[in-house]
Design a protein around this ligand. Sequence first.
Ligand SMILES: [Zn+2]
Length: 323
Amino acid sequence: MPTAITRRGLLAGSAAAAFGASAAAAVAAAPPSGKQTPGVYRYEIGTYELTALYDGIWYRPITDKFIRNAPFAEVEHALADAFMPPDKLATPFTTLVVNTGKKLILIDTGTGGQIAPSAGALRDNLAASGIDPKAVDLIVISHFHPDHINGIKDKDNDLVFPNAEIMVPAAEWSFWMDDANMNAASAQQELTFRNQRRIFSDIARRVTRFEPGAEVAPGILTLAAPGHTPGHTVCSIHSGDQSLLVLGDTAQHPAVFARHPDWQAAFDIDGDAAVATRKKLFDRAAADRMLVTGYHFPFPACGHLIKTASGYEHVPAEWRPNL
Ligand SMILES: [Zn+2]
């Protein structure tokens, strides 16, 4: 007969284990590293090799103004359900490199170490993954918020990916690079407009604008996804009989915005459009059982979405030793 496990037995066992561990530590004296391991995750879509590269995380402070259309108590409840602090939104950043076999394409560029001290690891993780920034042929930008474009340049204003063409959504360029829009913006928004000029003004000749629907590289199709920003654009990647939907900022952390797809965040420029876009793309991903990746999903930021009674749930991909 199996021995019944009692709470007392478990506690006694773990005390013994702890004692054993500390005794072993005293003998081995291996120093703790105090550092995280590289944030690199590789997978395949057909013959394309994809590399998810972690740039870091920002704990975005939030207030009762954060969600426009829900009582703050409900928001606090959702954060607690997701094991997040009550006044901060966990905002991880993951960029994606697609190797088509002919071209190396980077989708969004991380924070450039200019948003939060806990983000800016993209270059280290590129090195850890064996990807030379000089080998990147093309950068595709989803939208012009700083956490997506700042990695184009370093703090000295030099290009991090010196040989890459940069493709941006035409509607994003026309909205943000319009001085009349900047002059009409709030002081807070004006910082966003000024940052875009810092990044793009002196490299405009490298920048190609595309309309949604364009195939920016073989098998990489763009799709309009307005709301978060006016020209926010996502893409789907197709190779062989496999596909991946790259969601950009269609939803930020899925534990908050997939579970509550109707919520309109203060940073969504058009809240109604952001919700409509989110539901349309999430419904498609859930119905087609498509693999998805979200820029602010927990690393490695890919998995599936399933429809629930009140929203969606993100099911993270399993780590696999083989691609
Ligand atoms: Zn973002």
